[in-house]
Design a protein around this ligand. Structure first.
Ligand SMILES: [Zn+2]
Length: 319
């Protein structure tokens, strides 16, 4: 796609996000992923994780997306089924019948499986943010709504920025003896954040501050496997940051074996994710833009956020 912010990009994005053209574009992406990963191969190894009675499976789909399948002793939930075929196959192979689909935002690589899920499981509920126009939703959700399925309790947090109605879901870990889990869609990634397609940097900043203020031990489960590129850029931008280097080394090792890099924690993200570090003097110094010097107000931080985004978008990643 053309560069974000450009006129061609804006026209293309409008059709992608508002019309059936989005679905055609998405079907092309599915075909590309099938070509790259034929015969049920995936971009990452599938490793179900057990936390007490909860089984949490990051399911690799498309070229670099994750859908999540959560199952406890009473219920099951799917998050962001962007490509229905591998999701439904996994559910059937494991005899899981989901009660609900939670969708972080309207983009087709997250919501493209909604209609097929509804067809396959007619009584399923599909939850999406009230301001995001997600396809095939049965129930809209707003900030601080709580959704209960079996012992799983999710709190919805409104996080506009990537899209105007993006939401994230925070799972209470208490019943499973684990930390809370944040399903962050395209809002927060390991070492990065989503592009600001539908909101100003100041709005995105508010949404990033919101998740950054969550407890440090909250586990982060993002919508894409972008960690390697993100930490490559983070190390380049803030070259004195030892936490970024340590995480980047670990991620490179994981990805050599096609292992999933999530979860990280909010505390970790605060230590190396440049998009959560707009108030840090070391970031301001790394950017070396005179205008960003003290005092760092929220207005300045929004400009810093935009600057980091611009630099990241033009950064040439290592292979
Ligand atoms: Zn998206």
């Amino acid at each position: 796609m053309a560069k974000e912010g450009g006129c061609l990009f804006r026209i293309g994005y409008f059709f992608y996000s508002r019309t059936r053209i989005g679905q055609i574009y998405h079907n092309r992406d599915i075909a590309k992923a099938r070509e790259k990963y034929p015969d049920g191969q995936t971009h990452s190894v599938i490793q179900p994780l057990k936390y007490g009675e909860l089984t949490l499976t990051p399911l690799p789909i498309l070229l670099d997306n994750y859908s999540y399948i959560l199952k406890d002793s009473k219920s099951a939930v799917v998050i962001d089924p962007g490509d229905p075929e591998p999701v439904i196959k996994y559910l059937q192979d494991n005899q899981i019948s989901p009660e609900a689909v939670l969708v972080t935002h309207k983009h087709w690589d997250h919501s493209g499986g909604n209609s097929a899920m509804k067809q396959q499981y007619p009584s399923i509920r599909i939850y999406g943010g009230v301001h995001d126009n997600v396809n095939n939703v049965t129930d809209t959700v707003k900030d601080l709504d709580v959704l209960q399925f079996g012992d799983m309790s999710f709190t919805v947090h409104f996080t506009p920025g990537h899209t105007e109605g993006h939401v994230v879901f925070l799972l209470d870990g208490t019943p499973f003896g684990m930390s809370d889990s944040l399903f962050s869609g395209d809002h927060l990634f390991l070492g990065g954040c989503g592009r600001m397609f539908e909101a100003a940097p100041s709005v995105m900043l508010g949404s990033l501050d919101k998740v950054s203020s969550f407890k440090g031990d909250v586990l982060v489960w993002p919508g894409h496997e972008y960690a390697k590129d993100n930490l490559d850029f983070a190390c380049h931008l803030e070259s004195s940051n030892e936490e970024s280097k340590k995480k980047y080394d670990w991620i490179k090792n994981q990805r050599k074996q096609n292992l999933c890099t999530c979860p990280s924690t909010i505390e970790e993200e605060r230590s190396y994710n440049p998009f959560l570090r707009t108030a840090e003097p070391s970031i301001v110094e790394a950017l070396s833009v005179k205008e960003f010097e003290q005092p760092i107000t929220d207005e300045t931080r929004a400009k810093i956020l935009r600057e980091i985004r611009t630099r990241k978008d033009s950064y040439k990643y290592k292979l």
